[in-house]
Each structure stands twice: as C-alpha cells, then as structure tokens.
Write a protein that binds this ligand. Structure first.
Ligand code: F6P
Length: 341
C-alpha cells in the first residue's frame, strides 16, 4: 500500500510531528510506502511528490513549520483540478491520502472523498476554530508565544506609563486572544465574536491608568468596533476567498492616544505565533493524531477526521468537522470580563 501525506493552509507548530508519526507507524507497523506531496493540494495537482522514509523524519519532531511545504491551493478553483489529482494518484499508485489542515484543506478533503478519493483528515490550526475537536495542535504553542509576549510587553509598558495594544491572530475566532489575554492578565480582551465599543475600551484604559498600572489590551485581528468593518491589510483574496486582516491594533492604539492623551503603542505578533518549536502538549497531540490517522487508513475508514474528545482521539465525519467554525461562546468571553478595566 502507498499512502500520501500533505500539509495545507497556514503552517503551524506540530505539523512535522504528525508527518513523523504517520511515517513511523505506516512503515514500521504496516510496511507501507509513504510519499509526501509538496505544498498542500498543489502537490497532488501537479504531481509534485517525494518518498518519505524513516531517515527523513528522524529529527523533525521538535521542528516548526512543515518539511513538505504548504499552500492555500484550492483544486476546486482549478479547471479539471479533481481529475488531475485522481490521475496523479493513479499514476503514482497512491491508495490513500492523509491531509493535515484547517477548515479549507479539510473542506477540500471532504469534497474529494465525495468524489471517490480515499482521504483521512488531521485537524491543525493555531486558531483552534475547527468544529468537532476539542483542540487543534498549534493552538497551545501560539498561546504560549502570545502570553510570553504579553508578559514582556507589560514591563516596558509600565516603565513608560503607556497603553500597549497587542494584536494576535484570529480571523473569525478569538481563542488565542481569550486564552493569552487571560493567561497574561490583560485589562481588555477583544474578540471577533463580540463587536466592541471604543468608548468602553477607553473607559477601561482610563481606569487602569488611574490605578497607576499600564493597560494591556489584547485584540484579535478580526475584532470589530461596533458599527465598523474589519481592518484589512490589502483587499486581495486567497483561493478560499479570505482577505488579509491586520491593523486593528494600530488603529485602536491611535484612538486610545487621541482620546486619553496618554502614550500608546501597538504590537502585532503576526507570524511569530505560528513559528518555531511546538510545546510538549502540541507535540503529543500532533503525534497521537498522526498515529490514529494511520489506523483510519488501515481500516479504509475514509471521509473522517481524527479529533480530540476529552483525552481520547476519536474519528468524526469530515462533513461534521467542516460544517461550522468553533467560535468563542459568549459565556466564555463573559468569564474574562471580570478582569477588564
Ligand atoms: O493559520 C490561520 C491564520 O493564522 C489566521 O489567523 C490568519 O488570518 C492567517 O492564518 C494569516 O495567514 P497567512 O499570512 O499565511 O495568509
């Protein structure tokens, strides 16, 4: 049997741990050949693949990024894309695919399964916004990086009596903002799920200054002011129709400075949240996902995604996993409001 692996969408720490687990168990337990497709769905579209052996995965457990490369290629936006993928798989005698990705990559995996290709999905994203799994790997690492940054920003903010606005990733879901904001003791946390009042933010910031503390405001890149629009870096869209967000932090820091008369700075954590070595938690979760994805392939149980439920790894239908995004419930956000101001 020959099994292909690919990583699609934004990279995240732990992808290599999944690849390593698939290769180790695929070869050592089942005697399979494993091939890696380069750059997400672009690999099977263009026949860009390479064999992956035990030696190739020797030192990759702790390495961030993905040894296979990634892209946001959507084969359903390419003329004859699905037929080309089927032809490439047939030519290279690839019997099944393990697709590691977020909502877009797994959305393609679901459609390909419906079109007769054997795919097992593995959920990844630092945003933790995939339905049907309690956590995705990459999220814990991103939260650690953001929390450490908040800790560092607090001491410089206090020295200079400034407000510090920290913009974190999170297009539609504010999980990174919520968790890093709580862990870092932020005075205001703003998430895409709940439009914010600029006046209320100013009130919280003022209150913090009055108590001689420097306010820390954590804002998700997709957070919106009431009645306002998302702040965009460019109007450009990727193959899945996503625009590039970014800039809400800088905008908010300027509002704070203008309305409080206090110095204010914005820091955009950006891709540092996705880079570098995964935490121990993410290494373990990614490894377990990889091992269970191999089991699903061995059972020819296609059209499923491996998922974390409590402490168990289970299989869920890809259709269920991609049906809707897992956003921050308002009652979870309300818990954090106690610490605002
Ligand atoms: O991985 C998801 C994500 O982190 C989003 O939160 C963010 O909007 C997006 O990736 C940005 O990724 P890129 O710059 O690679 O398009």
């Amino acid at each position: 049997m020959r099994v292909g692996v690919l990583t699609g969408g934004g990279d995240c720490p732990g992808l290599n741990a999944v690849i390593r687990a698939v290769v180790r168990k695929g070869i050592e337990t089942h005697g399979w050949d494993v091939v890696g497709f380069r750059n997400g769905w672009k690999g099977p579209l263009e026949g860009d693949l390479k064999p992956i052996g035990l030696d190739d995965v020797e030192d990759i457990l702790t390495r961030g990024g993905t040894i296979l490369g990634s892209s946001r290629t959507n084969p359903y936006k390419v003329d004859g894309g699905v037929d080309r993928i089927k032809a490439v798989l047939a030519e290279h005698e690839v019997d099944a695919l393990v697709a590691i990705g977020g909502e877009d990559t797994l959305g393609v995996a679901k459609r390909l399964t419906d079109d007769g290709v054997g795919v097992v999905g593995v959920p990844k994203t630092i945003d933790n916004d995939l339905g049907a799994t309690d956590y995705t790997f990459g999220f814990d690492t991103a939260v650690h990086i953001a929390t450490e940054s908040i800790d560092r920003l607090r001491t410089t903010a206090e020295s200079h009596h400034r407000a510090l606005v920290v913009e974190v990733m999170g297009r539609h879901a504010g999980w990174i903002a919520l968790h890093s904001g709580l862990a870092g003791g932020a005075n205001v946390i703003l998430v895409p799920e709940r439009a914010f009042s600029v006046d209320k933010v100013i009130e919280w910031v003022q209150r913090r200054f009055e108590r001689q503390y420097a306010p820390i405001i954590v804002v998700a890149e997709g957070a919106l002011p009431e009645g306002g629009n998302e702040v965009l870096l460019t109007g450009e869209k990727d193959a899945f129709g996503h625009v590039r967000l970014g800039g809400v932090g800088t905008w908010l820091a300027e509002e704070i400075a203008a309305k409080t008369g206090k110095e204010s700075r914005a820091v955009v954590l950006g891709h540092t949240q996705r880079g570098g070595t995964p935490t121990a938690y993410d290494r373990v979760l990614a490894t377990r996902f990889g091992l269970h994805a191999v089991d699903a392939v061995a059972d020819a149980d296609f059209g499923v995604m491996v998922a974390l439920k409590g402490t168990d790894i289970v299989r869920v239908k890809l259709s269920e996993a991609t049906a809707e995004l897992k956003t921050v419930p308002l009652h979870r956000y309300a818990e954090a409001e106690v610490f605002f101001g």
